[in-house]
Design a protein around this ligand. Sequence first.
Ligand SMILES: Cc1cc2nc3c(=O)[nH]c(=O)nc-3n(C[C@H](O)[C@H](O)[C@H](O)COP(=O)(O)OP(=O)(O)OC[C@H]3O[C@@H](n4cnc5c(N)ncnc54)[C@H](O)[C@@H]3O)c2cc1C
Length: 402
Amino acid sequence: MNEFVERSIAIGTSSPRASYDVVIIGGGGHGLAAAYYLATRHGITNVAVLERNTIGSGNSGRNTTVIRSNYGIPEAVAFYQRSIDLYEGLEVELGRAVMHRTKGLLWLAHSEATVRAERARAAINSELGAETHFVTPEEIRRICPQIDLDGGGSYPVHGASWHPHGATARHDRVVWGYAEGAIARGVHVHQGISVQGLTVRAGRVVGVETSAGPIGAGIVLSAVGGHVSTLMAMAGVRVPITTYRLQAAVTNHYSETLAPIVISSDLLVYVSQTPRGELLFGAEVDRAPTYSYRSDVEFLQACSLRAMTLLPFMRRLRVLRQWAGVCDMSPDYSPIMGATGVEGLLVTTGWGTWGFKGIPAGGEAIAELVATGVVPELIAPFGLGRFAADRTMADRGSAGTH
Ligand SMILES: Cc1cc2nc3c(=O)[nH]c(=O)nc-3n(C[C@H](O)[C@H](O)[C@H](O)COP(=O)(O)OP(=O)(O)OC[C@H]3O[C@@H](n4cnc5c(N)ncnc54)[C@H](O)[C@@H]3O)c2cc1C
């Protein structure tokens, strides 16, 4: 056990102070990145991260680690492009091997309609600065020879959009890297402390009620993933979030290299290879809202069949594990960052099925907002107020499978 880990575990189990300048609820990637950038960019270290379970036990430790910036609207492309840039320098920034790998992302088209959609994606993204090209089946074969271009006879591949900056990183290392970096600068990360109430006086949040007693706070940031509706209701704030389950699975080791990330909207499936050689695959959220973390055999059957249709070699592999997370889906498929209407209470949510890639840019921007009180330009379009003002940021480029 290294010095950082020992220290963080000790801090995680020690009692919290009576109050902090900033209390961050939720020890996922977004909460921890905000704490890290508060400490490193703004010198604000009287900060506590309160995590009811263990850090990374929410979606930040359950995701399939796809990083990309080929979104559908200019504001989102700019935001995720900033995140890609931060991810590319994250190992140096944190001094930790987060296993970031740029491998490229192929978004396959199996019909005339999806050819048009992927051509449009390539054109829009290139125009907005997220390099993406339309590629032919011959080029796809060169990039990823394992893809069955006949699509099992039913899903012939007519082309794809190719996003060379698509990447992956090891999710728990990202979480721990941010946590250790914050802790090393004096931030308290408390695991096993659940926030059960928000104390609001005269329209201003002044603290939180926790399983370890009350804690005063100058500013409270909610970063609780799929549990945001419950938390915000404690302060009388309604957020337009519905929580849905998303599942994923991983196979045993594949001895060859699957170079890119492969996505198909027609087949509703995506596949990538982990640094250990396993194949990671997933699909879309369930149709009905739920807070259930149970994964099921229906998902596994349907999703593995679709994955094998594209990548027939996967028939020889065995599924090692499957799991689920609960995703905070916003009505316009864009994140929500910033003020809540209660003074001092900020929120980062709406990360849905796409929030791992947003961790560095989201944490950086929220830290700037906390430190300066000014909403950074990069996240200004993503405020909660956009729904009441009828300025939604509809982005069908958010989720990997549509
Ligand atoms: C199966 C799956 C695959 C995914 N794949 C991708 C992908 O490939 N690429 C991508 O970009 N995104 C992906 N995502 C989405 C991504 O994982 C999330 O959007 C992101 O991790 C959200 O981070 P977060 O910090 O907001 O939330 P979380 O990581 O969920 O952290 C929230 C934390 O808050 C804690 N908490 C909740 N309530 C309380 C409370 N009352 N008191 C204290 N603590 C509390 C929870 O325990 C949790 O640890 C995927 C998600 C899933 C489930």
